[in-house]
Write a protein that binds this ligand. Structure first.
Ligand code: B3K
Ligand code: ZN
Length: 873
């Protein structure tokens, strides 16, 4: 099929000003009557509305049924010929089967309730429509259902009339949303659900009724999400001056969901994984995720809903910006430094490999075959980094002025990236022409840095050179504007002053790198500095600096930028790990790294540092991180061996100090999910994970004891994970105990499935295959699939990338099977193959064979066909 191109954008030929929907819900035969108020924009007389697997049951125009020769209807297109050249009312009746909807797009059923997912193109599975984000309509929704089956009836907007339909056992409710919106924000929920309720008074004094709905019996697990919602609402008022606009805000948690959550106007629908949390079933990381996703979807009310996207190429307009906003919220709620490290870890683990492989695309793509495949780390996480750079370049005040202008000027619009950038340029006078390349050029820029100190002239010269690798469709790149936040660290750890600087625009502590190569000269520098570059990760680039080990060690101990302290430790560890992997591959033993281990020890013992930060430093790069750094001819077994060796060396040098920290942190108050309390657990569990890696009896005993006695899921799971990561025999009975304890709690069992799949041992593949038939697994549920198969493919590098190709074949078979029922989730699993070309030749050939087998399978979905085609290209 022909691709969609940004360059082909044309405005719609018709507006649909009002949409009146009437749903008669039925498990297998739901009737939808859509009354569309349509207004021609120009002179077009043929109206084409898209559908997807629809059955048309009735069609009339201005009240008169249409003659058979006046239209044609297929499951995917309704064409009405000779429509009037004035506003008219089109009434369409469709029949849909929510029970048969395994794609989880459109109207479907999840654990007994009716729910919808419309972004990006699910509304066309409900009725024929101009299903594109630049068609904004006012929606009125009437829902009718059996009262016994669905006592709760929800849709977007504010509640209106409701009542019983006498003698039928059925009832109805009407909802009206006064804010014009695109069809992708439509939502409906009907079912028998429990609720927690609360209220929020906005900054102008309006009272908003809040509710979170979930399965009966899980209400108490919604209280943290409710608290996070109220904090989000307040934060958006304070940080961005944005107030909520309807009388109600409803959230519904469902257990079958393709993504994390959805920002439907006034009716957010969530994967229950991002709503439910209590100490017994959720980890500290789960709590942080709930807080972040609740905030993200709420923030979309302004960045996404009040201002939406003109077309799907502009997806980052709402997603990158909203991720930036939720990151800022979490930074204000928790530790900013630790949040930044965690976000950069995610970016480097998910976006960098995408940007460096066959699926690379710009933050604003220019071509797509299947839009569902563009909800990517590049659009979301790199998109957020681009907004963050804008803030770095403009300063906090300038950034806020630009945001204010954007909200004021574009409220009610379907906007573009150009509209967005123009607001910042106008509000601040900054020329953002070169900066805008961040939206159109794919690939992670590499910045090489070299410093030179001239003691006689008290001069420091810093040469920065950027290069951007070729990516699919973009062989040649232009230099970009890269904000490099920096400091020149003096011997006492303080940043050195300088008298003047030339060779680049420098604003405060930000160097603007704009050319391919620039030499920045600092005059009046008293002594040789250690350069601290890219502080706070001020740009999403790979920094290559020929810093000596001594300078990096100094940074670990002394940099006043906590991010760069962490980064320096990671860089040192990475050097050692990469060297260790090539040593292993060549049959040699890597050297121990006493200086690195000393530095880690210093951080471990430094009680002035937050425990959560110390935990981050102790977590050395993952096997996937190391493989990405090596970049070509990767032998995952050598990588695993190298990582294991370094961890053992750390334990053997720091053993008693690790134990001391573990013991000292053990005497802890009762569980609270707040960041400080969670940080203590993070450090203690990072230490435990290291100690258990040694397999020492004492450490294993401590893990088993913690597993058996922990009063919260974080500590219990961390102990179990340590046993699994070290592939110790003690894991077997602990995994069994864990499953027995939570056998009726699918979300907790997802953690169990993931741990089973992540054991670094050859027998894991057979175990994973056996678990496909386990009663606690269900291939119809995306969370189960991601936990087991996704966990295996993304967290178990050595076993997924087995030399015999059995890991690839397993995932390929699973994807082919799932593709017939849930293409979106299948295509997403397939992304695990994105780095196949960087493997050594035997694995590369095995991966290619598996991919070719998928590519040649009959009847692939557009989703999976798109991913496999690009992955092989
Ligand atoms: N906007 C949704 C994503 C929906 C994706 C559908 N394929 C969630 C979010 O980013 O907030
Ligand atoms: Zn979003």
């Amino acid at each position: 099929e022909a691709p969609f191109r940004l360059a082909d954008y044309a405005p719609p030929a018709f507006d649909i000003t009002h949409v009146d929907l009437d749903f008669r819900l039925d498990r297998t035969e739901t009737r939808v009557l859509a009354r569309l108020s349509i207004r021609p924009r120009g002179t077009a007389t043929v109206l084409e509305l898209v559908g997807d697997e629809l059955v048309l049951a009735g069609l009339s125009l201005d009240g008169a049924p249409l003659a058979a020769d006046a239209f044609t209807a297929t499951p995917s297109l309704l064409t009405v010929r000779a429509v009037p050249d004035r506003p008219f009312l089109l009434e369409i009746e469709t029949v849909i089967d929510p029970s048969a909807n395994t794609k989880l797009m459109g109207l479907y059923r999840s654990t007994g309730a009716y729910c919808t997912q419309c972004e990006a193109e699910g509304f066309r599975r409900i009725t024929y429509f101009l299903d594109r984000p630049d068609v904004l309509s006012v929606y009125t929704t009437r829902i009718e259902a059996l009262k016994s089956e669905a006592p709760l009836l929800l849709a977007n907007g504010n509640p209106g009339a409701h009542g019983d339909i006498p003698g039928s056992g059925r009832h109805f409710a009407v909802w009206h949303d006064p804010f014009p919106k695109p069809s992708y924000l439509f939502a409906l929920v009907a079912g028998d659900l429990g609720a927690v309720k609360d209220s929020f008074t906005t900054m102008s004094g309006r009272k908003v009724d809040l509710a979170i709905y979930c399965e009966h019996g899980k209400e108490a697990r919604c209280l943290y999400a409710m608290d996070a919602l109220k904090r989000s609402m307040r934060w958006d008022e304070t940080a961005f001056g944005r107030e909520y606009d309807l009388d109600v805000f409803n959230i519904v948690a469902v257990s079958d969901f393709n993504m994390g959550a959805m920002e439907n106007k006034g009716l957010n629908i969530f994967n229950d994984k991002y709503v439910l949390a209590d100490p017994n079933t959720a980890t500290d990381v789960d709590y942080a995720n709930v807080e972040g996703v609740i905030a993200h979807e709420y923030f979309h009310n302004w960045t996404g809903n009040r201002i939406t996207c003109r077309d799907w190429f502009q997806l980052c307009l709402k997603e990158g910006l909203t991720v930036f906003r939720d990151q800022e919220f979490s930074s204000d709620m928790r530790s900013r430094a630790v949040k930044r490290i965690a976000d950069v870890r995610t970016l480097q683990a998910r976006q960098f490999p995408e940007d460096g492989g066959p699926l690379a695309h710009p933050v604003r793509p220019e071509i797509y075959h299947e839009i569902s495949n563009f909800y990517t780390p590049t659009v979301y996480e790199k998109g957020a980094e681009v907004v963050r750079m804008l803030q770095t370049i403009l300063g906090e005040d300038g950034f806020r002025r630009g945001m204010d202008l954007y909200f004021n000027r574009h409220d009610g619009d379907a906007a573009t990236i150009e509209d967005f950038l123009a607001c910042f340029a106008e509000a601040t006078g900054e020329d953002l022409t070169q900066f805008s390349l961040w939206y159109s050029q794919a690939g992670t820029p590499q910045v090489a840095a070299r410093g030179e100190f001239d003691a006689r002239h008290r001069r420091y010269r810093l040469t920065l050179a950027q290069s951007i690798p070729a990516t699919p469709g973009q062989p040649v790149k232009r230099p970009m504007q890269i904000p490099v936040r920096f400091g020149l660290i003096g011997p006492n750890g303080e940043d050195l002053d300088f008298a003047s600087v030339s060779g680049a625009r420098v604003d405060g502590d930000v160097i603007h790198l704009t050319a391919a190569s620039q030499t920045v000269t600092f005059e009046g520098v008293s002594t040789r500095p250690v350069p601290s570059l890219l502080r706070g990760f001020s740009a999403p680039v790979r920094l290559a600096i020929d810093a000596s080990a001594e300078d990096l060690l100094f940074q670990v101990r002394a940099d006043r930028d906590p991010f760069n302290r962490w980064q320096a430790a990671q860089t040192l560890a990475m050097r050692s790990l990469v060297a260790g992997a090539s040593a292993t591959a060549e049959g040699r033993n890597g050297a121990a790294e006493p200086a690195l281990i000393d530095a880690l020890g210093a951080v471990l013992d430094d009680e002035k540092l937050e425990p959560a930060f110390r935990a981050q430093v102790l977590q050395i790069p993952s096997e996937a991180d190391i493989a990405r750094e090596i970049g070509e001819n990767v032998d995952p077994d050598a990588v695993a061996a190298s990582r294991k060796r370094l961890r053992l060396a750390i334990v053997s040098s720091l053993g008693p100090r690790l134990l001391a920290v573990h013991t000292a942190l053990g005497a802890e108050q009762s569980y609270s999910p707040d960041a400080g309390n969670a940080g203590v657990r993070a450090l203690r569990n990072a230490v435990l994970d290291l100690m258990v890696a040694s397999g020492s009896r004492a450490a294993v005993g401590a893990a088993v004891w913690q597993f058996e006695t922990a009063d919260n899921m974080t500590d219990r799971l961390a102990a179990l994970a340590a046993l699994c990561h070290a592939a110790l025999p003690e894991r077997l009975s602990a995994l069994h105990t864990f499953h027995e304890a939570y056998r009726s709690d699918p979300l907790v069992l997802d953690k169990w499935l993931t741990l089973e799949a992540s054991v670094p041992a050859p027998e894991t593949l057979d175990r994973v295959k056996a678990l496909l038939a386990h009663p606690s697994f269900a291939a119809s549920n995306p969370n189960r699939v991601r936990a087991l198969v996704g966990g295996f493919a993304s967290l178990n590098q050595a076993q997924f990338n087995r030399a015999d190709g059995a890991g690839y074949d397993f995932v390929a078979d699973f994807v082919l099977d799932l593709d017939r029922r849930n293409p979106q989730t299948a295509a997403r699993l397939l992304v695990a193959f994105r780095s196949w070309r960087s493997m050594e030749p035997v694995r590369r050939a095995a991966a290619e064979a598996a991919l070719r087998r998928i590519a040649s399978a009959p009847k692939l979905s557009p989703d999976t066909l798109d991913i496999v085609t690009r992955t092989l290209a």
